[in-house]
Design a protein around this ligand. Structure first.
Ligand code: PMP
Length: 400
């Protein structure tokens, strides 16, 4: 049978990360590929207690719920957003989603018609690119440096393409681990107001910071009209409950809620009730502090394992100030995609950088997750990676 799939899924490809994970999960390979939190940190007992509390409310806890999500949880989220200076919203401006991934999808569903332009960072979150492609968007990457998007390039692309939407991960981005400076965030706000661009700010990692610098979300600089802010419980509590949220202008949130009705009626309301109980009866902020400490330590182990190679110029990277990823650039002659099977043979896996680019990819880049492997595994895995790069250097010099 030849299945006549819709035009819109023609360009849909399986995520490089998911495909790698499938292989990696089968063998004895140290994986730095997935964006997996450390299992050991999951507050399992507290979550069990939270579910018991939800169940103690009787059978109504098991009923269909509101599309927008369990209202008391939305109120808790507003409190937590206010701590980040995201204010001026009510529970009606909050939509609970099935992971923040669904927020990306619903946003795209209500705003992208085929051919519409969406501006993104370069590189950017691969699964967001997949969503935009599935809605047949024209994705235009904007040049970035270590301070965020380059505003002159953004302005010229706004003028050229007249986009109505943008997608950014300004705090500890996936994959680059990049943090935008406050200056750039403020400049972005000015530009989007002047040119009427709606921004989707994706912030799953903002809470996982290793310094006390503190970062102002772009949404906190807005007046509630031009920025939609998304985050998730996946990295701070557990990903299995698949609970994220989006806060922003009422008209957009309302349209997304209608799209959600068509999509799945509402998210897992039992999970919402449990998360509400968790936020009320468990020290989530204390827990986030332990996550920061462990991940900062793991990041240190990875940076230390790579530091000699960085000094000798075989690789370059910026030390992450938070989040879950280290973005590495190898010598220009290295193709990380082609080398992945060899890395797996050596017992480690990473995600090649190319799929994170909407434009011309840098083939010598790769993403390493530092939150899931143990210290010993990180040391061993980085040794394997560097040995492979060393071999490639030697092979290339032989050819020369
Ligand atoms: N946005 C970014 C930038 C991410 O890295 C992720 C997780 N990999 C998500 C969104 C989705 O997370 P979740 O659906 O688990 O909330």
């Amino acid at each position: 049978m030849k299945y006549a799939f819709a035009k819109r899924v023609r360009h849909l490809q399986s995520s490089a990360v998911r495909d790698i994970l499938k292989v990696v999960n089968q063998g004895n390979i140290i994986s730095f590929a997935g964006g997996l939190p450390d299992d050991g940190l999951f507050p399992a007992k507290a979550i069990e207690d939270a579910f018991s509390r939800a169940f103690s409310k009787g059978n109504k806890a098991l009923q269909y719920g509101e599309t927008e999500g369990y209202r008391p949880l939305r109120e808790v989220i507003l409190e937590r957003m206010a701590e980040k200076d995201i204010t001026g919203f009510t529970a009606d401006h909050v939509l609970m989603t099935t992971g923040s991934q669904q927020a990306i999808d619903l946003f795209s569903r209500v705003l992208i018609s085929p051919g519409d332009v969406i501006l993104t960072e370069e590189p950017t979150y691969l699964a967001a690119l997949q969503v935009f492609q599935s809605y047949e968007a024209t994705i235009i990457p904007v040049k970035c440096d270590e301070d965020g998007m380059i505003m002159s390039d953004l302005l010229s692309k706004i003028k050229l393409y007249k986009p109505k939407i943008m997608y950014v991960v300004p705090t500890f981005s996936n994959p680059a681990g990049r943090v935008w400076t406050l200056e750039r965030r403020k400049e972005l706000i000015k530009l989007i107001h002047k040119h009427h661009v709606l921004v989707f700010e994706d912030d799953p990692y903002g809470d996982i910071q290793f310094t006390n610098e503190g970062y102002t979300p772009i949404a906190a600089l807005d007046d509630g009209s031009h920025v939609l802010y998304t985050s998730t419980f996946s990295k701070t509590a557990v990903p299995a409950l698949r609970t994220g949220w989006i806060v922003g202008p009422y008209q957009v949130i309302r349209m997304m809620a209608q799209a959600k009705q068509a999509n799945d009626l509402h998210s897992n309301s039992l999970a919402h009730q449990a998360l509400y109980e968790l936020c009320r009866h468990f020290d989530l902020d204390g827990h986030i502090q332990s996550i920061r400490e462990l991940y900062a330590h793991r990041k240190d182990v990875m940076v230390e394992s790579l530091s000699a190679a960085k000094k000798s110029g075989i690789i370059t990277f910026e030390e992450p100030k938070g989040g879950m990823f280290l973005w590495l650039e190898a010598s220009a002659n290295v193709n990380t995609q082609a080398l992945l099977p060899r890395a797996i043979q050596k017992g480690m896996a990473y995600v090649p950088g190319a799929p994170f680019y909407a434009g011309e990819p840098k083939q010598n880049t790769l993403r390493l997750n530092f939150t899931h492997a143990t210290d010993e595994e990180i040391v061993k895995g980085m040794q394997a990676l560097l040995t492979m790069f060393q071999e490639v250097e030697e092979e290339t010099s032989l050819i020369k």
